[in-house]
Design a protein around this ligand. Structure first.
Ligand code: ADP
Ligand code: MG
Length: 303
């Protein structure tokens, strides 16, 4: 469906992305993760056809995605892209922004779709408010709804919930990703937030140093992180005997050969994250209670 083959791209002389290949099936949700500057937005731009590739090809079904050199008007009808900086029309209302590109000849249908989307992004109460008066997070939600309005076959989302506050984030993610699944819209999400990935992505790609470091199901990558970078995306972790051990995999026991000294207990809601010293190096584990500073504890790994 989406087929990215041996893509290499550079803005100037040195490549930003090198030999990138992956496929996404119709209706799937793919997450692209990586540190800031790793090329996530660039990759979305390329899939959208904003730049010409140095090498490689991108196909959506049988259509080759071409850059500006071969395609005068950037973008395709079957694809929508919600950029990190969403540009809306500030002087018209939320509802008008969403319905702007819907057909004027089917006013009833256009109205129904707009209402449906206002519900998805939880902005029903703001339908007739001018966009310029909205907060950053509210604008981001309008941008999402507008991109969904014409029901694309594939949607590219660049850090789609980054401006939205924590009170709304969780339910909004569920709404948006469920909507996309229900409508069988293929979805590619660039993010550095594991909450955008876990529970939603069918597959994920990790970008590092111009290349794809790993690709697979989130559960695979989480359970078997090949590198510290991947582990750090998911959770606090340690390296013990050259193995990656998540903080929650370490338990306090009566006796063991890992003896650490407690430095600090961070309240995390349903547990405490304990920072400790192990032979001069920091060690993190989870515990149901806080532990007094300087106390010595024995730890053991468990699944
Ligand atoms: P991410 O989205 O993962 O943070 P980007 O794709 O924005 O990463 O950037 C990848 C690299 O490309 C960075 O080194 C960035 O400085 C560079 N870059 C991004 N956009 C441009 C541009 N328009 N011109 C030149 N270099 C760019
Ligand atoms: Mg980016």
């Amino acid at each position: 469906m989406l087929n990215v083959q041996n893509l290499t791209f550079s803005y100037k002389k040195t490549p930003v992305l090198k030999d990138i290949s992956f496929k996404v099936k119709a209706g799937e949700n793919l997450s692209i993760i990586g540190e800031s500057g790793s090329g996530k937005s660039t990759l979305l731009n390329l899939i959208y056809g904003e730049f010409d590739l140095n090498e490689g090809q991108i196909f959506w079904k049988d259509t080759e995605i071409l850059g500006p050199k071969y395609n005068l008007v950037v973008g395709y009808d079957f694809m929508k892209y919600v950029h990190q900086e969403f540009d809306l029309m500030p002087y018209i209302t939320v509802a008008e922004n969403i319905s702007k590109h819907l057909s004027r000849f089917q006013p009833e249908e256009s109205k129904n779709r707009t209402n449906e989307l206002l519900k998805v992004v939880e902005l029903e109460a703001f339908a007739s408010v001018k966009v310029k008066t909205l907060s950053g997070g509210q604008k981001q939600r309008v941008a999402l709804a507008r991109a969904l309005a014409k029901q694309p076959e594939i949607i590219l989302l660049d850090e789609p919930f980054s401006h939205i506050d924590n009170f709304k984030k969780q339910s909004l993610r569920r709404n948006v990703f469920k909507y996309l699944k229900d409508k069988n819209v293929t979805c590619i999400v660039a993010t550095h937030d594991k909450e955008d990935v876990l529970g939603f992505a069918d597959t994920m790609i990790v970008l590092e140093n111009k290349h794809i470091l790993e690709q697979g199901q989130p559960e695979q990558l989480y359970k078997n992180p090949k590198t510290p970078l991947i582990a750090s995306f998911f959770s606090e972790f340690n390296i013990i005997n050259e193995q990656i051990v998540y903080a929650h995999q370490l338990k306090v026991v009566e006796n063991s050969d890992i003896e650490a000294t407690v430095i600090y207990s961070y309240f995390k809601g349903n547990h405490y994250l304990i920072e400790a010293d192990l032979n001069g190096k920091k060690l993190f584990f989870e515990h149901e209670k806080s532990i007094e500073k300087d106390l010595k504890v024995y730890l053991s790994t468990s699944e």
